[in-house]
Design a protein around this ligand. Structure first.
Ligand SMILES: Cc1cc2nc3c(=O)[nH]c(=O)nc-3n(C[C@H](O)[C@H](O)[C@H](O)COP(=O)(O)OP(=O)(O)OC[C@H]3O[C@@H](n4cnc5c(N)ncnc54)[C@H](O)[C@@H]3O)c2cc1C
Length: 385
């Protein structure tokens, strides 16, 4: 899919700054921890601003640009997945605030997020409510002037060290309609947490809410409208999870072409074996089609003002977004598995690029809606239409 000259430059420059500045910074720090200097540097380099509108320090006239988000995530993932995740979380953690916060709350947090001095997090999952997020039980009781929140969240990226949390909590027993979104400052009295160690280094943890008070102004959107806030956020971010997967798969493909061109076996380079060359060709096709589906979903998101003749939305964004996430993350898993295979034992050595990618590629098939959940969303949309 064609990119404008400006978009191509953004993609190339992002790779370059990650390769020369941000990646080396990450590699010198403990892996899997929230890395404030890198996030500040991303802010200073203007990368985070590409996610946001001019009103809060970003570059866009519109609220967000899904295609820029996808281009940044793909470009960073080709160079360094830890840098990529840090950028993605600046967007995911804060988008509900931008989208649904009062002007006062937006002004309080968003310029700092955009500059890289404020770290946000998106707190939806609970130990007993993951894919079935509407079953969450974190409670927010209405009290004079606001709410008191009690319960816990887990597997929250950037927890427990984030500066601000978008928290989804139950304000009534009315299923998905009983969920409200809140903006909770890190360090609020009663809020605590601990880090969790994952297969692939990732700043992530659990949160405990012990009578945490939030004011009415810290409600994001309307009471009972929290599930919609979350789903609108995921419509934007799911294609970009696909872009993350495409970036990793492209990195694996590039490394595999280089490796099989020089690795000698049976009297010549591995690439001379047709079975190897055909596998590499199939990998390239998978990366290409995954990229197309991701960019198509992102372009559709950016055109979301468009209406059909009958006034209905011209495209089903949720459908395109789910398809892109599903297709790209599943394709990347297969591509990276093939890349590991073609690297042989070398690819499994600790800290080899293939070994890292093999671990990094696994989680995106689970978070922001597991692949099976995407299939349910897609099939529902098909039968509805
Ligand atoms: C690295 C990482 C980062 C994360 N970051 C965040 C974050 O920042 N914020 C946040 O809120 N959460 C985050 N999560 C949590 C993530 O969103 C959940 O893990 C995800 O929603 C799945 O929930 P679960 O793990 O409880 O799995 P479960 O819901 O228990 O599902 C387990 C498996 O059952 C199958 N399954 C589930 N539902 C269905 C279905 N309807 N049909 C068919 N099969 C199904 C799938 O195979 C699924 O993988 C993160 C997770 C990881 C791994």
């Amino acid at each position: 899919m064609l990119l404008s000259a400006e978009e191509s430059t953004l993609y190339d420059n992002t790779r370059e700054i990650c390769r020369t500045v941000l990646g080396p910074m990450v590699e010198q720090s403990p892996h899997g921890e929230l890395n404030r200097p890198v996030i500040r540097e991303m802010g200073a380099a203007g990368l985070i601003a590409r996610l946001f509108p001019k009103s809060i320090g970003g570059v866009h006239d519109s609220e967000v640009s899904a295609i820029d988000l996808c281009l940044l995530r793909e470009a960073l993932a080709r160079e360094n997945t830890a840098v990529e995740t840090a950028l993605a979380m600046q967007g995911l953690g804060s988008y509900p605030i931008l989208q649904s916060g009062t002007p006062m709350i937006v002004d309080r947090w968003m310029p700092g997020v955009c500059a890289g001095s404020v770290i946000p997090a998106f707190a939806m999952t609970e130990s007993t409510a993951g894919s079935d997020a509407a079953a969450m039980s974190l409670r927010a009781e209405a009290v004079p002037g606001g709410y008191r929140i009690n319960g816990s969240k887990t597997w929250i990226s950037n927890a427990p060290d984030a500066d601000v949390y978008t928290v989804f909590a139950r304000t009534s027993d009315d299923g998905a309609r009983g969920i409200t979104a809140f903006c909770v400052a890190g360090g609020t009295e009663g809020l605590s947490g601990r880090a969790i160690d994952m297969l692939s280094p990732h700043p992530i943890g659990e949160l405990t809410f012990d009578d945490v008070f939030v004011t009415d102004d810290e409600v994001l959107g309307v009471a009972g409208g929290g599930f919609k806030v979350a789903m609108q956020t995921l419509d934007l971010f799911r294609p970009s999870v696909g872009a993350f997967a495409v970036g990793m798969a492209q990195a694996a493909l590039d490394a595999t072409i280089a490796h099989t061109s020089q690795r000698q076996a049976f009297g010549g380079p591995l690439a001379d074996l047709q079975a190897v060359a055909h596998k590499v060709a199939s990998m390239a096709v998978s990366v290409h089609t995954a990229r197309l589906s991701v960019r198509e979903a992102a372009r559709a998101y950016d055109r979301r003002g468009l209406r059909s003749d009958d006034g209905s939305p011209a495209e089903d964004l949720t459908l395109l977004s789910s398809m892109a996430k599903l297709h790209a993350t599943e394709a990347a898993q297969l591509v990276i598995d093939a890349a590991v295979q073609l690297h042989g034992a070398a690819g499994l050595q600790r800290d080899h690029l293939m070994e890292r990618l093999y671990r990094d590629v696994r989680a995106p098939r689970i978070y922001e809606g597991a692949s099976e959940v995407q299939l349910t969303i897609i099939s529902r949309a098909l039968y509805r239409s």
